[in-house]
Unconditional design. Sequence first.
Length: 541
Amino acid sequence: MSEGRYDAIIVGAGFSGLYALHRLRGLGLSVRVLEAGGGIGGTWYWNRYPGARCDIESVDYSYSFDDELQQEWTWSERYPAQPELQRYLEHVADRFDLRRDIQLDTHVTQARYDEVASRWLIDTQDGTSFSACYCVMATGMLSVLKRPDFPGLDDFEGEWFHTARWPQDGADLAGKRVGIVGTGSTGIQAATTIAEQAEHLFVFQRTPNYSLPAQNRPLPGEEAEAIKSNYGERRRQARESFIGVPSQLAEAAAVEATEQERAQAFETRWQQGGLNLMSAFNDLLTNAEANEHAAEFVRSKIRATVKDAAVAERLQPRGYAIGTKRLCVDTGYFEIFNRDNVSLVDVREAPIKAITPRGVRTADTEYELDVLVFATGFDAMTGALLSIDVRGRGGESLRAKWAAGQRTYLGLATAGFPNLFIVTGPGSPSVLSNMVLSIEQHVEWIADCVAHLRAGGMTSIEATQEAEDSWVAHVAQVADYTLHGAANSWYNGANIPGKPRVYMPYIGGVGEYRKICDGVAARGYEGFLLETTRETTEAAA
Ligand code: FAD
Ligand code: NAP
């Protein structure tokens, strides 16, 4: 069954896919968005677990491309919860009349490049096919969940949920014995809210995490207005920054500061809330001694918060540098362990052996549960792309090409796969940044590139092998310069058994990265092959 020919197919209708549709349609292209879910919103459609909210301030974690949009929308809180983020994306879809080109409940299974026609052929699970000149993978970096594979799960007599597939109409946890497995950003947010709902909550923790207080609060009208009156400048600072927010990285090094200076700087950033702590000094991610000062500061806060000293000891992260696993941001997480209805279960000490019909059996106890929540994370960055059978020139498979680790040029493209664009792909700042800002930067770069191709009568663009090799080496070199290189995290695939251990995001900072991408385009798409029907030109430096 063929559904039609388009100039561009976009896979995914989250922040990336929605904006890509708007931009490409603005160039006069015929565009179709294919989305597996039953609604738009991506991350914010799927992740409806109790307590889900963003940890980048809403005024930054939002589109900047349209001034009227950013002026008319008013956020209620500094870090809004999932329903408000979802409402925002619904509003964007309506405001820019996006829905008519979005096809929901459509799961893409294969994308093949037809070299003769210079077109992508895209197949879906229900047997329909599409073809397009350009294929934009807006499939998300955290959209394929890590399924729980504990023995016995099928026999569990209670209900169980993965946080990223939370029931659309919610789950009633009142009066229930609930267990949650996982203490990453999701587990920490969910446990904090579930503690208020459940009769008893068991938190199954394998690795303690560093978590910083959001210092969330309502966003008063006058504060929102003040931000809006100077929005352009705020967005400019964010674009030039390291992680895509206007906060400034301090110029001082922690190792050169006195103990009192360090304590004061950390306390100030702690009170500011969110991820600010890591900007208190300029060496926290590159110097182990500096990092340990920040880590110990967070541990001291946990000790000061949790009344039971033995529980506080178990909650303190050790053995890895703060910031090298994604930092968590919470609203009262450590405080829940002072409640009578919350128990911490250390599954590093006594691992989960099986799920039984009645609950969870660890090496030393069986915990009886009515509901089991898995906050066990995602096959991050490559999971969604590789769940599609992507075939480039000569039928080359992306899965085979990336078997030993992902390889991209700028995180935007990969050699051998012409006219295939990846939004916030591995090799770009992506998950290390305010992702909406990084999404806008990528989508705008892609749209400008497509406009350039069409203006020049060119049929395709493809990363060269040399450009890709040197970018892959650069991404690894920058990671090795930081403490990230040595850590185990989903950033390098360590959370998925058998996944190649390659550090995936680019840690050079969004400001620097933007300059590199802009430079590549300004030099006529340096590192790419641009092809017309009659000739091939290599864009040279
Ligand atoms: P997604 O929102 O993941 O959308 C991708 C879409 O593609 C999904 O709807 C998916 O169904 C669809 N799709 C995938 N494969 C296929 C296929 N084969 N066929 C059809 N459709 C497909 N980032 C921040 O910067 N700040 C935050 O505070 C923040 N909070 C987060 C909270 C949670 C719970 C999670 C999971 C992530 C968070 N992130 C955050 C990262 C977040 O993923 C991005 O900020 C952003 O929402 C990604 O948008 P996207 O459109 O690129 O991807
Ligand atoms: P995650 O960070 O990968 O955390 C998964 C958790 O599950 C970890 O604690 C992990 O323990 C545990 N786990 C996995 N398998 C287990 C097993 N077999 N037994 C016991 N424990 C197990 O996933 P996430 O929390 O969903 O977060 C993913 C990313 O999404 C975040 O890092 C962030 O980028 C984004 N996010 C952001 C927010 C936000 O605040 N805005 C909220 C949610 C998610 P180990 O560490 O020991 O492996």
